[in-house]
Design a protein around this ligand. Structure first.
Ligand code: FAD
Ligand code: NAD
Length: 481
């Protein structure tokens, strides 16, 4: 093993592994230090591939198929024997684990192909761009780099009033592994993880109660979309209690009794399993030594500029440990950007056009300003909205809940934001990303031809609706110019 590299990356998640590969593509000698083990084996891919985006989406897709078979196949004229699908949860987990193994193994292959050295163990930045490497087994070593990229990711925030307890009170990681469907499942936090994993287990038959401290559903989401989302999740059996503050948890005989208070007083509920999903915090505790010159803020984040430079020249930080949304695609693009900056390229990332998605059913996706944000900013704005119920493709698929909404500048016609709750929202929102990246207007989308029948026609119709020109919706009378 060499002790001198052009680039050392600490963390092999989506931010770190992409940075390592892109740096190697440019001819740098690169080592990536990753300490994670998964199912007893060293693993690349970080939170995202091992215990985050990928396994959760595998379970979301599988559980939706089960739910769809139970609730909706009949209306398509498809009857199941004895009318009920049978759940094989072991097989569902096996399929999820195989997808994870395929993807994490794929990153390992990409490292080999790009000659990135994977150092299995923990890394810690020291002064002078030295990195202390503590392998899983054996003595610590000191490595020297010209450039260091910190990409150590995040971990679940712990809640003192709901301490983790074996397989009863768990984080998202434990909630991806339940060996049976809990009869009663409690979730603390109606954020992205709470709603996604609550959905998985509700679809598989659990009675799910979500306790959310804030009294607004999805405060970061456009109000029209948030209300529509809440309605659909309620129909799927998620009992979301807003304004519910958890005050304590007691585990007895493998059940968790949660005490909480809301505007109606104090309450207790007993659950077979409890998921704590109240946010994630950066993993920076042991990442930098005191003399490294990097200061952490009070929440553990590392301060960086728009190109992820830290205060130490040649040291960069990316992904969940720096400002901005804690999303895999943001970490990936920061990894790529930093490697290119190191390579002397002119590059940048537009933080204004990073989409967000919640993979519930229907999916929720958005980019840019909500109507409420446009109003609060005093913008002269207009909105255009259309329901999927007016879309032939959505009706044909039997999946016509939800809507598409645009917020646009009243004077310049520029798109300020796009908000979707509905089928394939994660894909549809990308049209808004592309349009906004190109400085697109409502008129641009109005004049484009969208294939028929397609879900994308709702994007066209919502753009038309912004100027009272939608065909499949009742428009307000058009103003005379
Ligand atoms: P991570 O993926 O956390 O990777 C960091 C790696 O660094 C880890 O493997 C860790 O072991 C390693 N490490 C830490 N410290 C050291 C050290 N000192 N030495 C060596 N190695 C170290 N985001 C989305 O965009 N879409 C989704 O659908 C989505 N779903 C999610 C579902 C769940 C259940 C969870 C928990 C998260 C989800 N996320 C999703 C968020 C996403 O996983 C993160 O934003 C993303 O993984 C961050 O990437 P990262 O590279 O910054 O860090
Ligand atoms: P979150 O910030 O999305 O939601 C946490 C929720 O918990 C909030 O609504 C908050 O008000 C609530 N909360 C906090 N303390 C509470 C308490 N004491 N009692 C009750 N409620 C409380 O966090 P998360 O759901 O844990 O997810 C963490 C991050 O992981 C996300 O913000 C996101 O960046 C990422 N993630 C993304 C995806 C995706 O892109 N689809 C999926 C999962 C996770």
């Amino acid at each position: 093993m060499a002790d001198n590299y052009d680039v050392i990356v600490i963390g092999g998640g989506p931010g770190g592994y992409v940075a390592a590969i892109r740096a190697a593509q440019q001819g740098f000698s690169v080592a990536c230090i990753e300490k994670r083990t998964h199912r007893g084996k060293p693993a690349l891919g970080g939170t995202c591939l091992n215990v985050g985006c990928i396994p959760s989406k595998a379970l979301l897709d599988s559980s939706w198929k089960f739910y769809e078979a139970k609730e909706y196949l009949g209306e398509h004229g498809i009857k199941l024997n004895q009318n009920q699908p049978k759940l094989d949860l072991q097989q569902m987990h096996k399929r999820k684990d195989e997808i994870v193994a395929q993807l994490t193994g794929g990153v390992e292959q990409l490292f080999k192909a790009n000659k990135v050295t994977w150092l299995q163990g923990a890394g810690r930045l020291q002064a002078g761009k030295k990195v202390e490497f503590a392998p899983g087994e054996g003595d610590k070593q000191t490595l020297q780099a010209k450039y260091v990229i910190l990409a150590s990711g995040s971990e679940p925030i712990q809640l003192p009033v709901a301490e983790l307890h074996e397989d009863v009170v768990v984080t998202s990681t434990g909630a991806l592994e339940f060996e049976s469907v809990p009869k009663r499942l409690g979730v603390i936090g109606a954020g992205i993880i709470g709603l996604e994993l609550g959905s998985v287990w509700a679809r598989l038959g659990a009675e799910v109660t979500v306790l959310e401290a804030v009294d607004t559903m999805l405060p970061m989401v456009d109000r029209t979309v948030a209300k529509e989302t809440q309605k659909h999740l309620k129909n799927q059996g998620l009992d979301i209690r807003l304004g519910a503050r958890v005050t304590g948890t007691e585990v007895k005989q493998k059940k968790a009794t949660v005490s909480f208070s809301d505007k109606n007083g104090d309450h207790q509920e007993t659950f077979d399993r409890l998921i704590v999903a109240v946010g994630r915090a950066p993993c920076t505790d042991h990442l930098v030594s005191g003399d490294a010159g990097i200061t952490l803020d009070e929440r553990g984040f590392i301060d960086v500029d728009s190109q992820c430079r830290t205060e130490v020249p040649g040291v960069y930080a990316i992904g969940d440990i720096v400002r901005g949304p804690a999303l895999a695609h943001k970490a990936i693009e920061e990894g790529s950007m930093v490697a290119e900056v190191i390579g002397g390229e002119h590059t940048q990332l537009n933080y204004e056009t990073i989409p967000s998605v919640i993979y519930t059913h229907p999916e929720v996706a958005w980019i840019g300003k909500t109507e409420e944000e446009a109003k609060a900013a005093g913008d002269a704005y207009k909105t255009g909205m259309v329901a999927f119920a007016t879309n032939g493709r959505a009706l044909a698929a039997g999946d016509s809940g939800g809507l598409v909404k645009f917020v646009a500048d009243e004077n310049t016609d520029r798109i300020l934001g796009m908000h979707v709750v509905g089928p394939q929202a994660s894909e549809l929102v990308q049209q808004g990303v592309i349009a906004m990246e190109f400085g697109g207007t409502m008129e641009d989308l109005q004049l484009m031809v969208f294939s028929h029948p397609s879900l994308s026609e709702t994007v066209h119709e919502a753009a038309l609706a912004a100027d009272q020109k939608a065909i499949h919706a009742v428009n307000r009378p058009r103003r005379k110019k």
